[in-house]
Design a protein around this ligand. Structure first.
Ligand code: COA
Length: 171
């Protein structure tokens, strides 16, 4: 497997158009999408999201949401990575994992590695993280990555706690 990022336990790779089933299966668990407000209705919808949202980011910005696999057995456990949001002119950290992988530190490990990649390889000046106020696990991941709380706001019609991390290498 060609990995963009390797951590001690994980491999992060770019998605391909053949990954629609993985995305659909991940999102069909109501607990996984409880705080994300972006239901995926069927595998065709997942394919459309890959084509229109996930894959174009790699070519345009050299980063994106990456598929995350456990290094040891190559099991797909979810995704993590960066996404440019033109409407806010900012790069956002995001992650979503299968319930079977929760509570093992994988989200923090993948998130930290994505931030490091963004700062060291892409020279990004700042990375944003957002979560719904009730999404304790996600907020914890942002805080464990060293992100600083900025404000509560409404984004895309939903309440969010916004965090930021400034690249220490260029400031
Ligand atoms: C949020 C999510 C990514 C966390 O993944 P994870 O692999 O369990 O996270 P980690 O194991 O790295 O845990 C990080 C910390 O959060 C804590 N945590 C995780 N889930 C928690 C929860 N539901 N409630 C309270 N604390 C939680 C962990 O205990 C850990 O803290 P600790 O090191 O002090 O023990 C995962 O639950 C998920 O994919 N949720 C669905 C998608 C989603 O909501 N994504 C975020 C959208 S903003």
């Amino acid at each position: 497997m060609d990995a963009v990022i390797e951590t001690s336990r994980l491999l992060l790779r770019t998605f391909t158009i053949n990954d629609a089933r993985l995305i659909y299966d991940l999102n069909k668990d109501p607990e996984v999408v409880r705080y994300t407000y972006d239901p995926i209705t069927d595998p065709e919808h997942a394919k459309n999201i890959l084509e229109t949202v996930i894959l174009p980011q790699y070519a345009l910005y050299n980063h994106g949401r990456w598929a995350v696999h456990i290094k040891q057995d190559l099991e797909f456990i979810g995704w993590c990575g960066l996404k440019y949001r033109p409407e806010q002119n900012e790069v956002d950290l995001g992650y979503r994992f299968k319930q079977s992988s929760w509570g093992k530190g994988y989200a923090t490990e993948a998130a930290f590695a994505s931030i490091k990649y963004g700062f060291e390889k892409l020279n990004l000046s700042r990375i944003i993280g957002r979560a719904v106020p009730g999404n304790t696990g996600s907020l914890k991941v942002l805080e464990k990555c060293g992100m600083q709380f900025l404000r509560e706001e409404v984004v895309d019609g939903h309440p969010a706690k916004t965090y930021e991390l400034i690249n220490p290498l260029i400031h």
